[in-house]
Design a protein around this ligand. Structure first.
Ligand code: NAD
Length: 304
């Protein structure tokens, strides 16, 4: 029997991920609460529905969710009209959202009690990685569930890792994004310092890309415009990965660190910087727009 996929949440990431599944020949239907996202999916030729009720039935063999936060995943899986009570026992549940470990474990436990396989499978690589199907996917769940999910995950990503039991995917992802938040601020500080020193930014960028100060924000996603085509900094900081999402991930990292008495002073500082940035109304800008407030107000690029 062919795989029938239900995909919930076709925003910045979910849209290209669902598109890749569709292009690979998978039978897939998508749903999102946002009409704008549904229209965008329709334009790409994807099959859409206008409710969870019309999306989920016992013929669905795989559900994939790509939602903003833990509260959204919890509502979709365990809420009043939660899909966990609507799918068949043979259905595989894949939550690709980046959420807190506890919620991930809670949903996984309910699924397990009902005999349904579930994995958490958050991703990294950004919208470009989602479009090019080169995502890194970090999976938490049983080996059996991991093996079953592999063919579908391989359509969306390049490196697929089994991190451990349910919740471990999100644990790995939270550690990764704490480093990303810190390194985006570090890249912004360096490039803004170069600017203040009146050194050609393009040259400094080229040097850093090949020297020991390189990082993902420098080589792939620079926070200043004019360095790499197709990045949010070249598109007026339209996300991409929003500052609000980075703030959420840094909060998750802070809470995780507290729960195990880990000292993460730079993670805490990055959270304070992003939190303030979001409070100033920049939540929906790309997270690389943090360069706006770095470098002693040296910002001189237009940003709306
Ligand atoms: P997004 O806000 O663009 O997309 C989320 C989508 O979920 C939206 O379209 C929203 O309408 C939809 N949604 C919310 N509640 C829903 C519900 N109850 N039913 C159906 N749809 C619902 O966010 P995104 O950037 O695509 O990120 C999604 C997840 O992936 C987040 O957890 C984020 O942290 C993670 N992530 C994002 C990136 C990135 O670069 N954007 C990279 C890696 C991981």
């Amino acid at each position: 029997m062919s795989d029938k996929i239900a995909f919930i949440g076709v925003g910045n990431m979910g849209n290209p991920m669902a598109e890749n599944l569709f292009k690979s020949g998978k039978e897939i239907k998508v749903f999102d609460v946002s009409n704008e996202m549904i229209e965008r999916a329709k334009k790409k030729g994807l099959n859409t529905t206008d409710s969870i009720e019309s999306l989920i039935n016992d013929e669905i063999s795989t559900v994939i969710t790509m939602l903003p936060e833990g509260k959204h995943s919890k509502e979709i899986y365990l809420g009043d009209s939660g899909i966990i009570n609507k799918v068949s026992k043979n259905c595989l549940l894949i939550d690709c959202s980046t959420i807190d470990i506890e919620t991930s474990k809670e949903i996984g436990k309910v699924a397990n009690n009902q005999g349904i396989m579930m994995i958490d499978a958050p991703v990294s690589g950004g919208v470009m990685g989602a479009q090019k199907a080169t995502l890194n996917i970090m999976v938490g769940g049983s080996k059996e569930a991991f093996d079953r999910a592999l063919p579908v995950l391989k359509v969306m990503g390049k490196n697929i890792y089994h991190a451990g039991d349910i919740g471990s995917g999100n644990g790995a992802k939270i550690c990764n994004n704490m480093a990303l938040g810190i390194s985006m601020i570090a890249a912004s500080e360096s490039l803004m310092l170069a600017k203040r020193l009146h050194i050609d930014i393009k040259k400094v960028h080229e040097i850093m890309k090949n020297a020991s100060g390189n990082s993902w924000p420098i080589s792939v996603y620079p926070p200043l415009p004019g360095l790499i085509d197709g990045t949010p900094s070249n598109n007026n900081y339209r996300p991409g990965f929003s500052a609000g999402m980075m703030n959420k991930d840094l909060k998750l990292a802070y809470e995780c660190a507290k729960s195990v008495d880990a000292e993460t002073p730079l993670g805490k500082m990055a959270l304070e910087i992003y939190d303030q940035f979001c409070k100033e109304g920049n939540e929906s800008k790309d997270f690389s727009a943090i360069s706006k407030v770095i470098g002693g107000n040296a910002w001189d690029y237009p940003i709306d």
